[in-house]
Design a binder for this molecule. Structure first.
Ligand code: ATP
Ligand code: MG
Ligand code: MG
Ligand code: MG
Length: 439
């Protein structure tokens, strides 16, 4: 992409309404525009990152055998009357009437609808296990939408639902989700810690939240200093192997890590004092096992091998896809702007032309641009007629992992300058070597 032809409405001033750094940088970098409280347009740069995050979530769900589908944003109230949640859910639910005076709602989550799909089409234990998921916009009329996309009213969530015959099978599905989530967050360059959670309106006993440590997080967290050091890494996991998956969950959940909702002072004080950490965290996901809560009330049953009809065992599992942009920036920035991890960056690198209009420099930039594209990369070429300082400031703000600076002086020596956004370190090398370094 050539910046002169892109749509990147960068703001020079700090927007007054933004209280935290991620919100400030998303507005300044022209990633989002607020349309109403907690409702945003995703401008091209923000949309690109959102799509990259979504893609990672899809890949990791499909890797473990979960099946994507797409349910609508609008739902009939009658489904929620069946589960009893139409009255329970309260003011966070946006209720709408259609022209025939039928009660509708903008879905805050999809347990009822997926249970309705299941009961319409599945009848036998032979069709289990089954996990269906989608990535779809949700609406929750939050009392206090704030911090930009971190607490929006309209937000993008991945929500998946497992259907199993026995509790044991459903707990394996729970564990499989936990491990797939660990891999999902790690691929984005994030450390998200599973913490035992309280269940809330979805119901159920087994539940963990995934928290990214950040001073601006809304939850207070208590954890053993060894927990953030745990990494899944690139170990091969057989997701059908129950013992193997359970062992990984145990590895990640045995040390103390809880939010204020489930914090236990006595257990916490049993950790050696120098390892006791208190901080704040951003909830980027949550997994629940809730058994037959919805299948019983909504009549989602299967016939067993013995010919008995039993309610199906279920759980639901969510990732805050749009919230993750905020969490990623909270965890990766400096005073100049965002520092995207390679896994989610909107462009792989930026090219800064120091002397736009100079035939030789322009030609070198064009050649470099073509070489990067040929190598399968997606570069952003700042070909605007601007001062070098302004070009550098834009690149620093939007946070691409690499910047390649091209000017007449370097070209005289046959080199360009390659700068890492994260370390700030620069080196001079040939254009070919710079491309090879980034690939
Ligand atoms: P919170 O405690 O922050 O209100 P929640 O526990 O109500 O979140 P869940 O029902 O667990 O949310 O939804 C799954 C995920 O969706 C959350 O872990 C979070 O990452 C994301 N999410 C929930 N509410 C919002 C929101 N208002 N804006 C953006 N993302 C959200
Ligand atoms: Mg909530
Ligand atoms: Mg929560
Ligand atoms: Mg939650």
């Amino acid at each position: 992409m050539r910046l002169s032809r892109y749509f990147l409405p960068v703001l020079k001033e700090n927007p007054a309404e933004a209280q935290i750094v991620s919100h400030r940088y998303m507005l300044r970098a022209g990633m989002i525009k607020q349309q109403a409280a907690g409702i945003y347009s995703w401008l091209p740069l923000g949309y690109k990152v959102l799509k990259r995050i979504e893609q990672i979530v899809h890949e990791e769900q499909i890797r473990v055998g979960h099946i994507p589908l797409l349910m609508p944003t609008l739902q009939p109230a009658d489904l929620w009357r069946e589960s009893g949640r139409y009255d329970d859910y309260g003011q966070e639910m946006l209720r709408i009437k259609d022209r025939h005076e039928r009660d509708m709602l903008f879905g805050p989550t999809n347990e009822e609808m997926i249970t309705d799909i299941f009961r319409a089409h599945v009848n036998s234990y032979k069709e289990l296990p089954l996990t269906l998921y989608h990535i779809q916009w949700k609406f929750r009329d939050e009392v206090r939408p704030r911090f930009g996309v971190m607490r929006g009213r309209e937000f993008l969530m991945k929500d998946g639902y497992n259907f199993d015959l026995t509790k044991e099978d459903a707990l394996h599905a729970y564990n499989r989700h936990m491990v797939s989530y660990l891999r999902t967050y790690e691929r984005m360059g994030l450390t998200a810690i599973p913490m035992r959670a309280a269940s809330g309106p979805i119901g159920g006993d087994n539940t963990h939240e995934f928290l990214v440590l950040a001073s601006t997080g809304e939850s207070e967290v208590f954890y053993d200093a060894k927990v953030p050091e745990l990494k899944l890494g690139d170990r091969a996991v057989d997701y059908d192997n129950r013992a193997e998956v359970a062992a990984i969950c145990e590895e990640f959940t045995t040390l103390y890590a809880r939010t204020d909702e489930t914090h236990d002072e006595a257990l916490f004080n049993a950790i050696p004092e120098e390892r006791r950490k208190v901080g704040r965290g951003i909830e980027v996901g949550q997994i629940f096992y809730f058994g037959t809560k919805y299948s019983e009330s909504m009549g989602a049953t299967v016939v067993t091998a013995e010919g008995n009809r039993v309610p199906v065992e279920m759980g639901s599992h969510g990732i805050g896809v749009s919230r993750l942009l905020g969490a990623l920036i909270e965890a990766n920035h400096d005073d100049k702007g965002i520092i995207w991890p390679e896994g989610v960056t909107p462009f792989h690198c930026g090219i800064v032309n120091l002397k736009q209009g100079d035939a030789a420099t322009d030609a070198a930039c064009e050649a470099l641009y073509k070489a990067l594209v040929a190598a399968g990369l997606d570069p952003l070429y700042d070909d605007r007629d601007e001062r070098a300082g302004a070009k550098f400031a834009t690149m620093d703000l939007i946070g691409l992992p690499w910047r390649i600076t091209v000017g007449p002086k370097g070209l005289g020596k046959g080199v360009v300058e390659l700068t890492s956004r994260r370390t700030g370190e620069s080196e001079e090398l040939s254009a070919e070597a710079a491309v090879a370094r980034i690939v």
